[in-house]
Design a protein around this ligand. Structure first.
Ligand code: 15L
Length: 256
């Protein structure tokens, strides 16, 4: 039996994965700070180390989605995302969990310039250039992953997720979209790939307008199937400042 703990199971991506990850021979252990309406689900704050150690008992891998998924004041980001991600890695170590798949974000590098030439793809592991306190928390989460790999031998795959939604909502999203099905494919690849060590991988679909590389994903066996271009007809220009930010920077409107 493979046991996978999903933190943030009640959130947007958590709900997408809960619908796509069940399979024979796998137990999904769901955790969120708000109750999840599933048998055996755990209600706990990811920053509660004792609760996280208990939740990690007997687990093979953690998919860590929990925390705040956008910009907020520093204290909130610190408590939920930084303390929470520390507690997840430390609990995984104490409980002997071998692998953590960490939902990082493109906002860890949000102020990186998008290439002018769409043939020049951006590599997976760009140096940190956060666009918000939220982005800073994702940089710190990746740094914790690197530390827990180097010092304690955990396998850690950090996914710099783009726009994970049922469909893109603006022009930037035609490039940055990660479909729910591709999100599940990416997480499955991160769970299945043998001995990944520490890696940072873009989370993006096979979008025609994509400028983020799929090489890191390919290296762990991720084969995206979806392309945001099918939504292009109904995705026109929006707020000009936001569209321009999306053309200019990885993080789009988060940089404004
Ligand atoms: C993220 O990291 C956010 O969680 C999500 O709400 C989107 O804003 C997404 O990035 C994006 O960049 O589109």
């Amino acid at each position: 039996m493979q046991r996978v703990l999903i933190t943030g199971a009640a959130g947007r991506i958590g709900r997408m994965l809960r619908a796509r990850m069940p399979r024979p021979g796998r137990e999904l252990r769901l955790l969120d700070r708000v109750p999840v309406d599933e048998p055996g689900a755990i209600t706990a704050d990811v920053a509660d180390l004792a609760a996280m150690v208990a939740a990690c008992e007997g687990v093979d891998a953690v998919v860590h989605l929990g925390g705040i998924s956008g910009e907020a004041d520093w204290a909130s980001i610190r408590d939920a995302n930084i303390e929470g991600t520390y507690a997840v890695f430390e609990a995984a170590r104490r409980a002997g969990v071998r692998r953590v798949v960490y939902a990082s974000s493109n906002h860890a590098v949000g102020f990186a310039h998008q290439p002018h030439d769409p043939d020049l793809e951006m590599p997976d592991h760009l140096s940190p250039r956060p666009d918000t306190f939220y982005g800073v928390s994702k940089v710190l989460g990746e740094a914790l992953g690197s530390l827990y790999h180097d010092r304690h031998g955990l396998d850690v795959v950090c996914l710099r997720i783009g726009t994970c939604a049922d469909e893109p909502h603006d022009l930037r999203g035609l490039s940055t979209w990660l479909s729910p099905d591709d999100c599940a494919r990416l997480v499955e690849a991160a769970l299945a790939t043998p001995s990944p060590g520490f890696r940072v991988v873009w989370g993006v679909s096979a979008n025609t307008r994509r400028v983020w590389s799929l090489d890191g994903g390919a290296a762990i066996g991720y084969v995206p199937q979806d392309d945001a271009e099918v939504f292009a007809d109904r995705t026109g220009p929006g707020d000009p400042a936001k569209d321009e930010a999306g053309r200019r920077y990885v993080g789009g409107a988060f940089t404004l």
